[in-house]
Design a binder for this molecule. Sequence first.
Ligand code: AMP
Length: 411
Amino acid sequence: MGWGLVPSIFLPRMRSRELHLVWPSWYFSGISRAQAQQMLLSPANGPGAFLIRPSESSRGHYSLSVRAQASVRHYRICTAANGLYLQKGRLFPSLEELLAYYKANWKLIHNPLLQPCVPQGAAGRGPECPPPPQQPLLQDGWERPRSEFALRRKLGEGYFGEVWEGLWLDSTPVAVKVIKSAYVKLADLTKEIQTLKSLRHERLIRLHAVCSAGEPVYIVTELMRKGNLQAFLGSPEGRALGLSLLLGFACHVAEGMSYLEERRIVHRDLAARNVLVGDDLGCKVADFGLARLLKEDIYSPSSGSKIPVKWTAPEAANYRVYSQKSDVWSFGVLLYEVFTYGQCPYEGLSNHETLQQVTWGYRLPRPASCPAEVYALMLECWRSSPEERPAFAALQETLDAARRRLHPALT
Ligand code: AMP
């Protein structure tokens, strides 16, 4: 097989004048099984990287080598008089068509075929080999192909679309937010995702991956099995929780928000429904930064129902002045939700009436199970003047201290 000439077994549908091309990027002619293994396991490649090479042990046949997680699997591709096959009974006229079939039906070989191997390291392509294939489009490690995610069970639906429990590469449980493009300015989403990638804290939902090539966009995060804090508090398990765990939730959220505050990131939609609870009863703040991507007509006060008026500081609800201090107001409402086990604030009042009452100075009453010092903090969060509201760092400190005082066993 000579340089630059692609035998028809690779690209059978090409017209003859198009045959003088480089070899397909997934074909490596001069390498051994061990070299294939070494290349596929190099840092340049991830799970799902694959290549096809001539078989070492059976002349005239080929091998498909695929990276699983930390290992490489090899499959024999046999040549027969009338085509090629990996599994008896599934015959293909070309390697390309065989690959296309197993890319789409990867479960038959228990390994997704995601991207051609990027050549690297000692294993070259040998003297007879064509030049290395073009690198894939510049992508960071967060961007993953959609085919890696299997959506299993719908967990809920939010402003941005549906959220599904899923499996990543058939092994890691994840939550997948399927973004409805009708609701989000997709051009801004990319920018926002960049911010999400840079945020890492134990009290913030961890971003695992993004599928942003094409629509719908997937935002893949860690799975929080007990769902959102508001629903959890109202469940039988939530209603049975005592004061120390409720205070623990408040501390976790304050800690996550403190981290956002340090980075000058405004959440805009802090509420118990946007806090998620894990199996260990640890809370994490979710959806930070996404609220501002909502299309104006959906999030603006004039559109009525979609703006979370009951959680929104008056200056933000009236004039759209969002700041870290408007998040602090929302945190006060979240504290109310926590100590009422998920009750809706301002029950019986419409959004319009709430905004009116709050502007005139009305404040939510102390929930029965809320310690006086925590209620005092709520009132500080609801000061009319944003500058007079405490910072999250101070709230975190005070709540931690209250928790230790009320439960000295929790050092
Ligand atoms: P959202 O669009 O973020 O409001 O999500 C809608 C609902 O999906 C939430 O209220 C949760 O019940 C659920 N959900 C969202 N993200 C996750 C996650 N990472 N883990 C578990 N459930 C989630």
